[in-house]
Design a protein around this ligand. Sequence first.
Ligand code: GPU
Length: 832
Amino acid sequence: MDARYKSRDIERRSLDVDSLKRSFLEWLVYSVGKDARAATRRDWFHTCALAVRDRVVDRWMDTTRTYYHEDAKRVYYLSLEFLIGRLLTNSLSNLGIIDECRQALDRLGLSMDDVVDSEPDAALGNGGLGRLAACFLDSMASQGLPGYGYGIRYEFGLFEQRFENGWQIEHPEQWLQFGNPWEFARPEVLYPVQFYGRVEEFRDSVGERAYRWVDTERVLAMAYDTPVVGYGGDTINTLRLWSARATSDFNFGHFNEGAYMKAVEQKILSENLSRVLYPNDATEIGKELRFKQEYFFTSASLQDILRRYLQHHTTFDNLPSKAAIQLNDTHPAIGIAELMRLLVDHHGLRWDKAWELTQATFAYTNHTLLPEALEAWPVRMVERILPRHMQIIYEINAKFLNRSKARAAGDNTRLSHLSLIDERGDRRVRMGNLAFLGSHKINGVSALHTELMKETVFADLHAEFPDRINNKTNGITPRRWLKQANPALSELISTRIGEGWISDLQQISALKEKADDVVFREEFRRAKRKNKKRLAAYIARQTGEEVQVDSLFDVQVKRMHEYKRQLLNVLHTVALYNEMRDNPTVSWVPVTKIFAGKAAPSYHMAKLIIKLINDVAKVVNHDPSVHDNLKVVYLPNYNVTAAEIIIPAADLSEQISTAGMEASGTGNMKLALNGALTIGTLDGANVEIREHVGADNIFIFGLTAEEVNDLRANGGFNPREVIASNPALKRALDMISTGAFSPDDRNRYHPILQALTDGGDHFLVTADFADYCRAQDAAMQLYRDPEEWTRRAILNTANMGWFSSDRTVNEYATEIWDVHPVKPTHDGEGFR
Ligand code: GPU
């Protein structure tokens, strides 16, 4: 088609209230197909989203066209997870038309809050890793960086969590049930992805040995694009998610009945590739379908990246100066072998040239050191599913081991650590080593984590390539996590220091001097109180529990994991409950313990701890002898939307992982930015948060990573002795083990007691208990002094500027990607 028109022939949508209102009515009638009398809230959400999307599309095309015309270097963020959440407020806010939209809806007699609440929460991720990817998309677009997200369009996102008798029950989350107004299906952007088959060797035209992957099964990857609106609406980037489609080989007409049913079955099976997000967070799954998902989206993305590159280039020499590919953990690491295959087998490059280009293009981010989360796929499985890739991996390994210094030194142990193949037991491909070898930069996500990478998992590779590992401490986007989630505090901040902080969070440091201003403190408290009221209403709606707005809101919200030590927090809760009962005449600081977070469906210990918290809540909340001074709530179905309500209302932020185990944490940053004081260990980014907010404004406790390491190296410690010598701990554990919170099943918590005693207390809960209680007491005492508490809360907000994901993304852009901002031209030039 050769359509001749200029983009200025199209009337661009205006951002004023009247125009919005007109669009709403048009979309409602002509697209949703309803009149205002019949429209439901959901219809209005779709109407509103489509009208807002109109205001994004022309700028989106301008952005894409500018990148194309300038042949700009792009960065491709490959991630199996994007934990986006809702997009309506985000798009409106970044376009700067929240008020206009509210007024337009108002004129139609509609409440903006109701419309906003009708949007499903897009949960295409598990936790920190997926949310980091979403924050990076916002930061790249907000700074005009040509950044693309590539991932999977899961039909089912992370499960919905409900409680039955206090137990977690998983329900399917059907975010696409009523359609997704933000996405554009691109049925013509379709790539074949192959599986299984075998490899044929042959001689190429110049007589060189070459390989062909044949007799494969094919699945098609179809693109769905979602615009990513940068702050100010100037740059609109693209998130491209792949959906699996069966190939047209399933041509039903030609079959007899039996073959027909089989063909339909096959079609469904191949489309299962994009059916569901695996609900595991930082734990290995080891399922074949997961491996196929990883290859599916990586292969489609690389084909798309090469197609885009070849629009402007005839050789691959400039690939690294036009494309940077960031691997979000090892999930897309098979991309190293895939790019080699595409360059060598499809485009006829020599091995060494292809390897040089591959290394220069890829970079890899590691997000955990937990051994159970380091991907290692059985060689036999990789061989069967991707036979050509297995050959390529062997080839990479052979060439590397041949050249490595360890070989020269004849050190076989070191050589076995460097190898891509773990030869212990069934042979496995170490995806971390593959990602390391195939990348020019490897980064950790906090200063401590990066140092530990060098000392532990990657010690030998680091010795071999001392310049490759670098640190990029995580960050969070201030647009979603302060401006949108916390309008009360953001408006206060903006009236005092202007709006510059929204795109340059360092400016928030101007609040430091306001910490000593009694009027500002009063206003800061008022904002926090407003958020606490909002949360209290939410808690009442979700759990039926009434909590005191003026109690200390002590918040632990994150995935359920033993290393994150929700158990330590419950044990303190029980100890505090006992103290309150023992000393009823003391005037206690009222405390509300707030928990939220999902457990992986197969993680039994994590689910048991959820049940324990709910059991403790049932007893404590109904015991008149504590006079409502202690409440415990577990909010169901923690997700981005819930986080936006909970985080702005927190007084105390629980970041209490066993030191050395949390790679960074990002919830810690969101809470501190919103004026919560942190109680935490010196783990992950907590270390840097302490440096920024000041040691006086944070409650640090517990063993350090080094002490944890020493303790374990020296044969551990004896938890029974620790328990015996701490009466409060002993009493709490005795109550739990004798059924004080589970009269219906007195043995219910034996596995927990077992893990803390015979099990050796791997996560050092008992070891850190006493110091944790000391820090908790300090926090409660401080809370009695609202002026001093507020002063420190303000200093937390004011000192968190460095933790903006804008800063993080800029560091990646300059130190790893070498990409630069590109200003889109919105001049209405012709486009085709
Ligand atoms: N993280 Br690996 C996840 O959320 N999921 C994973 O599968 C892996 C890591 C988290 C880390 O646990 C957390 O400490 C970090 O802040 C986050 O990734 C982002 O880097």
